[in-house]
Design a protein around this ligand. Structure first.
Ligand code: ZN
Length: 239
């Protein structure tokens, strides 16, 4: 992905993501993190121009995600938009790891911390994911931002499946930013996004509020937001 250069996201790309997702859901592979894209798309393994550093991509992901929510909040919700703080990178293995409330931030993970209203990520998690493709960084940041958005919503707008809703909000923000022209989504990104969601998924389907959902659930939820926008991420009763 790249920020602020190109104007449109071809709808064919959204369709390509949907194709990937459909394929992933019917494999019956027990949530194995394997993209079925090889059978449906000749997408290149890495996008052209993908030589940005992880820090560059983090900055671009923050700008694109915050820019989307800032631009669209008032179309969607009452009140004004407040950006969460960006605490940014931490070293989850260090003895002086920052706290969220009384809890140290988790190693090799990323968080939205309600107590401080900030988003943060272990730099190792970002570096490792970035080697698989830059879309990882965008997904993680937009997902944690999704939790910040949830914290700003009335209770009835927040899904019990909060992690899947955060994926949906991430899809809505990233593809919404692409439609706004603040983010360019390249062909290889759709596959990378599916692979990242699968790699970060639970092995079992969603059953309670702390679950992230299995690979097909995470991909389907992200895709719903990407295709249909923020309102499609809200619980049925309020849509
Ligand atoms: Zn989450």
């Amino acid at each position: 992905m790249a920020a602020r250069w190109y104007v449109t996201v071809p709808t064919a790309l959204v369709a390509a993501l949907a194709l990937l997702l459909t394929g992933c859901g019917d494999g019956g592979g027990g949530g194995t993190p394997r993209s079925p894209g090889g059978t449906t798309s000749p997408a290149p393994p890495s996008p052209p121009g993908g030589d940005e550093t992880v820090e560059d991509d983090i900055d671009a992901a923050v700008r694109a995600t915050d820019g989307f929510w800032s631009a669209h909040w008032t179309e969607l919700f009452t009140g004004g938009y407040r950006s969460p703080q960006v605490s940014g990178a931490y070293d989850g293995a260090a003895p002086d790891v920052p706290l969220c409330g009384d809890e140290p931030l988790p190693d090799d993970n990323a968080v939205y911390c309600p107590a401080g209203d900030y988003v943060a990520w272990d730099l190792d998690l970002m570096r490792q994911g970035h080697r698989m493709g830059d879309a990882w960084v965008y997904l993680v940041i937009a997902h944690e931002w999704g939790h910040a958005i949830q914290s700003r919503l009335n209770e009835e707008l927040v899904s019990l499946a909060g992690e899947l809703q955060a994926d949906c909000l991430a899809g809505a923000a990233l593809f919404g930013a692409a439609r706004d022209g603040t983010l360019r989504i390249e062909e290889g990104d759709t596959r990378e996004l599916a692979q990242a969601l699968a790699a970060l998924a639970d092995a079992t389907p969603w059953t309670d509020t702390t679950d992230h959902g299995d690979a097909s659930e995470r991909i389907a939820s992200f895709s719903r937001g990407a295709e249909s926008g923020v309102r499609a991420c809200l619980p049925d009763v309020v849509r």
